[in-house]
Design a binder for this molecule. Structure first.
Ligand code: FES
Ligand SMILES: [Fe+2]
Length: 396
């Protein structure tokens, strides 16, 4: 019987001929490819907006901007969270401006069309001027919303799993951190980088550069830095070493990191990093977490969007430890920025096509495979003739 079932099972997928190679350099600079990637990779993927506690009351709203779209997440009178395009249905004016606010209704600053917190169009000045206008057909354009462990996500197009499904392989590891009960330590930070968005993520996934380029991280985590890849989430982790670092802030963090009662013993000095497909991550320490995402702006520029969260803890030592953590991360970020900006310049060289990916670099492999699945032209070592995305047969 076992043999008969084996015969019915689908054939194993053919090995990917490009599995041992990186994505080619032209994918990091080409405008036509960039447009295809935004459509097929970024638009259907979840983007984190904020934490539910950032929107405690009816009328509270938060925005996120990417791919030329502005989206607003609103808390309704019924307590529900909804997401909409921040675009008036009359003449396309932005309804709200800025990162966050609170409003009883959304009143358009151009001609005062008014929308309820559920997105319905409730008022139009000079309504008789538009005899055919039906208010019920002109509510704000809705956007899909998801919630996972207290965080709020949106996506521009349907496609792929929920955030909970993506995180499922590691949900049990994250549960003790009590993300749901966390509160914001700092507001959203936006930092522009002169790199393609994939270059930011590649660097976070790249384990081989840690001992070469991050002296501080190596002092703090030694050889314990580990990576693994699941279908829609990568994991990186490390154990804080006890041997005191020569750097004062690193040493302070090592020696003063206080016990946190909500975490098991094994997590007290553990660093965890979960990178979700395709462009966001949770960076988790015993003292605090941040989310970070890297949003494409142009083929060669991106913006890093970050917020920090923690469980309330008034201990003075915790405040200092969180500050030390921030100092250490600032140095790591500066080191990575220096690296990725130079990689970006190299990707633009006509001399560069692809590079090898080591067998241990499972996260880079997983990312490249998913890009190739969605955009077959990503296998080509050089850019096809312009117009390939409109006439796909020309690049085959
Ligand atoms: S554009 Fe919003 S009311 Fe006219
Ligand atoms: Fe790095």
């Amino acid at each position: 019987m076992a043999q008969r079932f084996a015969d019915l099972s689908p054939p194993a997928p053919a090995p990917d001929p490009d599995a041992d190679w990186s994505l080619p350099g032209w994918l990091y600079t080409d405008a036509e490819y960039f447009a295809v990637e935004c459509d097929r990779v970024i638009r259907p993927s979840w983007q984190i907006v904020c934490h539910e506690s950032d929107l405690p009351n009816p009328g509270d709203w938060r925005t996120i901007e990417y791919l030329g779209e502005s989206l607003v997440v609103l808390r309704g009178d019924d307590g529900a969270l909804r997401a909409f395009h921040n675009v008036c249905r009359h003449r396309a004016m932005r309804l709200v401006e800025g990162n966050a606010g609170c409003a009883r209704k959304l009143v358009c600053p151009y001609h005062a069309w008014t929308y309820g917190l559920d997105g319905r169009l409730s008022g139009v000045p000079m309504k008789r001027d538009y005899p055919a206008l039906r208010l019920e057909d002109n509510g704000l354009a809705p956007v899909e919303i998801d919630r996972w462990r207290g965080f709020v996500f949106v996506r521009l197009e349907d496609g792929g799993p929920s955030v909970a499904d993506m995180m499922a392989p590691y949900d049990h590891e994250i549960a003790p951190y009590r993300f749901e009960d966390m509160r914001r330590l700092s507001d959203v930070r936006l930092r522009e980088r002169a790199v393609n968005w994939k270059n930011v993520g590649d660097n976070y996934s790249d384990n081989l550069h840690i001992p070469v380029a991050h002296e501080g991280l190596t002092r703090l985590f030694g050889k314990s830095y580990a990576i693994e890849a699941e279908p829609f989430v990568d994991k990186m982790s490390g154990q804080l070493v006890d041997r005191p670092s020569a750097d004062p802030w690193e040493r302070f963090y090592q020696t003063h990191l206080p016990r946190v009662d909500h975490l098991p013993e094994a997590n007290q000095r553990l660093w965890l990093y979960y990178k979700l497909w395709p462009n966001m991550a949770f960076d988790i320490y015993a003292d605090q977490i941040d989310f970070m995402q890297w949003l494409p702006l142009t083929p060669t520029t991106s913006v890093l969007r970050e917020m920090t969260f923690a469980l309330p803890d008034d201990r003075r030592v915790m405040k200092l430890v969180r500050y030390a953590n921030w100092r250490i991360n600032r140095t790591v970020n500066a080191e990575d920025t220096w690296l990725i900006e130079r990689v970006q310049q190299g990707m633009a060289s006509r001399s560069y096509a692809v590079g090898p990916i080591g067998a241990s670099e499972v996260c880079l492999r997983s990312f490249a495979r998913k890009i190739r699945e969605r955009i077959p032209e990503a296998r080509l070592h050089h850019a096809p003739a312009a117009g390939w995305s409109r006439y796909p047969h020309r690049s085959a």
